[in-house]
Design a protein around this ligand. Sequence first.
Ligand code: SF4
Length: 146
Amino acid sequence: MNILVSSCLLGTKCRYDGSCALCNELLKLKDGYNFISVCPEVLSGLPTPREPCEIFKNRVVTKSGKDFTSNFIDGANQTLEIAKSFDCKYAILKERSPSCGNSKIYNGKFSGKLVYGTGVTASLLAENGIIVFSENEIDKFVSFVK
Ligand code: SF4
């Protein structure tokens, strides 16, 4: 079964600060599933490292005020096409990201405060019928697909 996964969770150093967010619990699943690794922000052409972005009033902006909404939408669309081409019915994405966050994202004021919300890619995938889990919901994912 093909599962779409945020690249940073698999150890790729593609986060805004050039780090990864390796998730060992996810790696333990690897034998049963074929992970399709994607980073929507890199797909959109943004460099690594890059200025961190947050979602504020439906726009994706940096602390210095640059608007990267179109990049994030482009990355989400490319990710959806990859998911479709590999027939991914499920995704496991990095929580809190303005692209990949599935239930919590930062509030858009760069204050470190989280709010309920979804990133641009997570939203588009869900709108297209792909069931999205975060790296904090791996047990839930395993129970769901059994
Ligand atoms: S866009 Fe998603 S995959 Fe890329 S670094 Fe951010 S959370 Fe990870």
